[in-house]
Design a protein around this ligand. Structure first.
Ligand SMILES: NC(=O)c1ccc[n+]([C@@H]2O[C@H](COP(=O)([O-])OP(=O)(O)OC[C@H]3O[C@@H](n4cnc5c(N)ncnc54)[C@H](OP(=O)(O)O)[C@@H]3O)[C@@H](O)[C@H]2O)c1
Length: 282
């Protein structure tokens, strides 16, 4: 079985490639940069260079590799641009979905997020609506997520994985990552909003297992949604950083998410059921 990973050099893709190769899959990896093509090759993937905004480049990759399945992991977060990331989700995913249809891809798995739900007083399940009433920069993110998920759901056998906030090696929460640096500099601000985290290793396991799951949407989060004040204080302690600045209050959408469906229907189990142990594993 041939699996194409878009965003293969990203934080998930880099760990996912060797896991899939070890399971005997033939893996293709897409990057937009020639330099990262050799990294993909070292990890065991056949590299393809294409910019997701260029429809013909994307089509060419699918025509050459003829994948049976696609794991769509493109984000554009390196420049911290909400706009670019939303465009990659909107325009890029449309290009990937159209190219996948042309070669009759049988399974389409895509990365989404678990904090796009509308405001509510309980932790969110997949049955809750996305926050289409959002305003400002959040609206741009939600519009990107809605466009991505709509494009993916036009495919047969589509799976949407709504990952929680990723932490672990290579992420913003790793000791050399952006969030850790904010905490260490004493500039981090936390509130009463609830976040669901997911360790990168658990996110990768879920992604591999999802190749065999029933089509649909799954939250990929840990068992322990936590307030900013709670996780922020413990994370700071772990980093030996100053206690973060606390501002009371929360937005209605900061509610965390439930992983019940992935566990019950997908049989997914977690190595790190709580960020509390996960943070310590760094
Ligand atoms: N759920 C979450 O919390 C979540 C999810 C994702 C990321 N993040 C955070 O964001 C940080 C950065 O993520 P990242 O390392 O995965 O990097 P990224 O800059 O978001 O890139 C991810 C992947 O998308 C590809 N890509 C981006 N723009 C593209 C385009 N125009 N055409 C084709 N491919 C394109 C990149 O390819 P290139 O090889 O060309 O760069 C890379 O393989 C991580 O450290 C993580 O903490 C969080």
């Amino acid at each position: 079985m041939r699996i194409l990973i878009t965003g293969a050099s990203g934080v998930i893709g880099r760990i996912l490639i060797p896991v899939l190769v070890a399971k005997g899959y033939e893996v293709g990896g897409m990057t937009k940069s020639q330099e990262k093509a050799s990294l993909l090759q070292q990890l065991g993937a056949i590299p393809f260079v294409a910019n997701i905004f260029e429809k013909e480049q994307v089509q060419k990759v699918f025509q050459q590799f003829q994948p049976d399945a696609i794991i769509h992991q493109v984000t554009a977060l390196s420049n911290l641009s909400v706009e670019e990331n939303a465009m990659a989700r909107t325009i890029g995913t449309r290009h990937v979905a159209e190219a996948a249809k042309e070669v009759n891809v049988r399974r389409f798995i895509a990365q989404s997020i678990a904090w796009a739900y509308e405001p509510g007083t309980t932790i969110a399940t997949e049955k809750d609506s996305l926050d289409v009433q959002a305003i400002g920069k959040r609206k741009m993110t939600i519009d990107g997520i809605v466009a991505l998920e709509n494009a993916v759901q036009e495919m047969s056998n589509a799976i949407i994985l709504r990952y929680g906030v990723l932490y672990g090696p290579g992420t913003w929460y790793a000791p050399d990552g952006m969030m850790a640096q904010q905490f260490i500099s004493g500039k981090a601000i936390v509130n009463d909003g609830v976040t669901s985290f997911i360790h990168i290793e658990d996110a990768v396991h879920a992604t591999v297992q999802a190749l065999d799951w029933k089509e649909g949407i799954y939250n990929i989060v840990d068992d322990t949604p936590a307030t900013g004040r709670d996780w922020g204080t413990k994370y700071a302690h772990h980093l030996q950083a100053p206690i973060p600045i606390y501002q009371s209050g929360k937005a209605g959408w900061e509610r965390g998410a439930s992983n019940r469906k992935a566990k019950l229907e997908g049989g997914w189990t977690l190595v790190y059921p709580s960020w509390q142990e996960g943070f310590l594993s760094e």
